[in-house]
Ligand binder design. Structure first.
Ligand code: ADP
Length: 179
């Protein structure tokens, strides 16, 4: 089968539940490297995410408006199948820690066994963001109170903060319950 995948087109896949400053940094850098970058939101029916696929698409589209060569889409199933359907020849990944390297190495070999025509390209996380993960963000949002010094500013783009706060707002804070 001829390889019709475009090596200048890349897919950056993940859960983005929610998108963090670390993800945003990889997307910005990827947008400079590739003609077209597709941010693929992987939907896993076995997981219960904080944000619905539609909410994740919405915030990513808002955030990525200034980047005309970046698209956002959802997918179910194997990432390599989504990459193929997108016509991209590259899978873009971010690397934070040694643990990431080990996991990504195994994943890349598995992906290569299934789709030898797709190359994986890794970008090292910026030192400013290498400690950030979506699960850490959710923990901080759940435990940290919203104040003048918003702790979430260090982890997620501004567009995500209000949405996170709304998810963890206590019923009495909504004003809808009470006497
Ligand atoms: P998962 O697929 O495990 O849910 P994520 O959606 O969080 O992972 O991340 C998708 C990709 O983004 C992965 O390649 C991951 O290593 C990378 N990534 C996640 N957080 C960061 C960060 N803070 N800096 C750089 N890359 C990151």
């Amino acid at each position: 089968m001829p390889n019709s995948l475009n090596p200048r087109h890349a897919v950056y896949a993940g859960s983005f539940d929610p998108v963090s400053l670390g993800h945003q940094d990889i997307i910005k850098r990827g947008a400079r490297m590739f003609e077209r970058l597709i941010v693929g939101i992987g939907i896993n029916p076995d997981k219960s995410p904080l944000f619905t696929p539609q909410e994740r698409v919405e915030v990513l589209r808002e955030l990525l408006q200034p980047f005309p060569n970046v698209e956002v889409a959802c997918f179910e199933g194997l990432t390599v199948d989504f990459v193929r359907r997108s016509g991209a020849g590259v899978m873009l990944r971010g690397l934070r820690t040694l643990t990431d390297i080990e996991e990504e190495f195994t994943m890349t070999l598995a992906n290569r066994a299934m789709a030898n025509e797709i190359e994986t390209v890794f970008l090292m996380a910026s030192e400013k963001y290498s400690h950030i993960s979506s699960s850490l963000v959710k923990q901080v949002a759940q435990l940290g109170v919203s104040s003048a010094d918003e702790p979430l500013e260090a982890f997620v783009p501004r567009e995500v903060i209000a949405r996170l706060r709304a998810k963890f707002r206590k019923p009495e804070e909504t004003g809808r319950i009470g006497f």
